[in-house]
Design a protein around this ligand. Structure first.
Ligand code: 6GU
Length: 224
């Protein structure tokens, strides 16, 4: 998969992909992540990328020209499965959306800032608008990093058997059961006996019950 991210703050996207699973996914060739600085496409003499909004009002709006210039350059080079705009008024991301996106060959992600982008970008280039939840971030960069992480780990080969995405919370609409490691007792706090029993069918049954109980207690909406 190839992912192109368009932003006015490329420095916000340096570290999220430079460690652990995301770095390994790139090293192994499962994904190429290209971050583009929208400012590099400004033809303005001050390299401006934003302007006052028509009709008045507080807050700057990202201008159409530099963003259109990056998008048109990229779409002339390859075809994109989706051109995504990160915005708090988009569809709230769920695991099923990540599963769908993980089947893409080329994705483009535009990060919004300030008051947003000129609406004509959204009308004419954007194919999906995504939010990561009901709260407002200063910009779309951290949200884009969330989408990339959630999608890339689903690409076959990125995770090994031990970290398999198939046992993730949400993949079966259930939260994950609790997990423990050594020591078996710490300050008198014991690991549940069943997990030490070696009785694999009984352990599996216990985990299923715990997953269901946890989902009922914390996220009953997932069971609807
Ligand atoms: Cl995608 N962008 C911003 N600015 N805030 C958000 C968001 C996105 N998703 C939730 N809050």
């Amino acid at each position: 998969m190839r992912i192109d991210i368009l932003t006015v703050l490329p420095q916000l996207l340096e570290s999220p992909f430079s460690a652990s699973i995301m770095q390994r996914a790139q090293d192994k060739g499962h994904v190429e992540i290209h971050v583009h600085n929208i400012r590099d496409y400004s033809t303005d003499k001050h390299k401006n990328v934003d302007d006052y909004q028509y009709g008045g009002g507080a807050g700057m709006v990202l201008s159409i020209e530099p963003i259109a210039a990056v998008i048109e350059k990229l779409i002339s080079e390859r075809s994109y499965d989706d051109i995504i705009y990160m915005t708090p008024d988009g569809k709230v991301l769920e695991q099923s959306d990540c599963n769908t996106l993980s089947l893409s060959k080329n994705l483009m992600i535009l990060c919004g800032h300030y008051k947003g982008v000129d609406e004509r970008i959204r009308e004419h280039y954007i194919t999906k608008e995504i939010s990561i939840g009901s709260y407002v971030l200063s910009g779309g960069e951290l949200a884009a990093a969330v989408v990339v992480d959630a999608v890339v780990r689903l690409i076959p080969g990125v995770l090994n058997d031990e970290t398999s995405a198939l046992t993730d919370s949400f993949q079966d609409n259930l939260l994950s059961p609790p997990v423990y490691t050594r020591p078996p007792e710490f300050k008198g706090w014991k690991v549940p006996e069943i997990l030490l029993s070696g009785n694999l069918p009984a352990i599996e049954k216990w985990r299923e019950e715990q997953a269901l109980q946890r989902t009922q207690d914390r996220r009953p909406d997932l069971l609807d």
